[in-house]
Design a protein around this ligand. Structure first.
Ligand code: ADP
Ligand code: UVW
Ligand code: MG
Length: 404
């Protein structure tokens, strides 16, 4: 392999693509960007080269392939395109790896076929991820492509936590079990949390609360994930921006039989029109908090439902782990919302948990403690960096001699 030291990371969501180009010498970001509202009204691309001016494009963007071609054009314009000899490879976030993929994987035809086979388990995500890989390959067939799976870190969850209590043969026939998602973030953040405590990863038990648009909790014992809140798909668990999280599965039958909704309509309802949005009409936690402060009852209730669910999981994961060294908040809401963190931990002194108001209110892009000096369990904020983690894993695969 040549002296190529750059990695492009693509995180293709159902209607967006986030990307970063990193130089792995010193982990420097050379460009970052976002394409949003793909296939919807008013799509746009925002591209920011390091040290350069932010550029924006607003044009029709019908699908992910077109989105990626525009990204490639923007990178080309900065001399950073997919044809560049300095590019060592492309790392793709792939949401569902089923039980087939527990490690970052160099993409081959067989790997593509397996990701395709898993589409029914992640219909909103895997097709976009596949298009990302195929388009990058079309733009430069010689460039190594690496798939980094959201599910991989959760492969260590023991069987008793991964199995749903349904007919075993049916579960096996349809690959039904808990897979878990956001694994790249849970892995990265739990490692950074151990470093913040000045301890070895193998020594600490951590609960990670990844609260973004999608949200999930995980229990990590000595660096191995033992439980997580998302399941077969990223719908289970916590209340999210637009997803319901946990509910009685009979709600689905009831909506089909009594409400006259089709399965696809129920799927859309639970994934896109539920959560905070469904409860109060806003999916952004900042707006929910603003409206709640102005006395809007629906927004107050949405916040309370969100926090109640979070606290239930927190308590459950204390029981799962037995001993907890740290509770860690991460992702958009977890990193930025002091009110969410305060409400999640309030009154949990019995579990050794407390938040220092001054520390909680402070702002910083660095990992930090927000628990008081005396607390038995650390409460921390650790910014996640899925892109850096994907780039690091990609570089280790495509350039092992240099990344070592
Ligand atoms: N200051 C803040 N207070 C509350 N929520 C915030 C704040 N800043 C960002 N967020 C929330 O973070 C969410 C995005 O989180 P992020 O981790 O970037 O999500 P994703 O990667 O799933 O798109 C937004 O929906 C918004 O609600
Ligand atoms: C898997 C998942 O929920 O991802 P996101 O939070 O990016 O929607
Ligand atoms: Mg995210």
């Amino acid at each position: 392999m040549s002296g190529a030291t750059r990695v492009l990371v693509l995180n293709s969501g159902s209607s967006s693509v986030k990307y970063q180009l990193l130089d792995m010498r010193g982990h420097r970001r050379l460009a970052t960007g976002l394409v949003e509202r793909i296939g919807e009204e008013a799509p746009r691309l925002v591209h920011t080269p390091a040290g350069g001016r932010r550029r924006e494009r607003r044009e029709r963007i019908a699908g992910h392939e077109q989105a990626l071609r525009l990204v490639a054009e923007e990178l080309d314009a900065d001399g950073l395109g997919l044809g560049s000899a300095e590019l060592a490879g492309v790392g793709h976030r792939v949401v569902h790896g089923g039980r087939s993929f527990t490690e970052p994987t160099l993409v081959t035809d067989e790997v593509l076929a397996e990701i395709e086979r898993l589409v029914p388990l992640a219909p909103l995500h895997n097709p976009a991820n596949l298009t990302g890989i195929r388009t990058a390959l079309a733009l430069n067939p010689r460039l190594p492509q690496v798939a980094v799976f959201d599910t991989a870190f959760h492969a260590t969850i023991p069987e008793h936590a991964a199995r749903y209590a349904i007919d075993a043969a049916t579960a096996d026939a349809h690959l039904i079990r808990r897979y878990g998602f956001h694994g790249t973030s849970h892995a990265y953040v739990s490692r950074r949390a151990a470093a913040l405590l000045g301890r070895e990863v193998a020594e600490v038990n951590v609960i990670v609360l990844h609260l973004g648009n999608g949200a999930s909790a995980s229990a990590v014992a000595g660096g191995r994930c033992v439980e997580t809140s998302m399941g077969l798909t990223p719908l289970e668990g916590l209340v999210m921006g637009t997803r319901s999280g946990d509910l009685d599965p009979a709600v689905v039958f009831h909506l089909a039989r009594r409400g006259g909704l089709t399965v696809d309509e129920i799927d859309t309802l639970l994934n896109k029109r539920s959560g905070l949005l469904g409860l109060c009409g806003a999916n952004d936690m900042r707006e929910v908090l603003d409206r709640a402060e102005r006395g809007e009852a629906a927004a107050r209730l949405a916040f309370d439902v969100y926090i109640h669910r979070l606290r239930k999981y927190l308590g459950a994961y204390v029981a799962v782990l037995g001993r907890v060294d740290a509770v860690v908040f991460t992702a958009g809401v977890g990193e930025n919302s002091a009110p969410v963190r305060a409400a999640a931990i309030e009154g949990l002194e019995v579990l050794g948990l407390a938040v220092d108001p001054g520390r909680n209110a402070a702002r910083s892009g660095e990992p930090r403690l927000i628990s008081p000096e005396y607390a038995r369990v650390a409460v921390a904020v650790v910014p996640t960096d899925e892109e850096l983690e994907i780039a690091t894993q990609t570089y280790a695969l495509v350039s092992p001699e240099q990344s070592a």
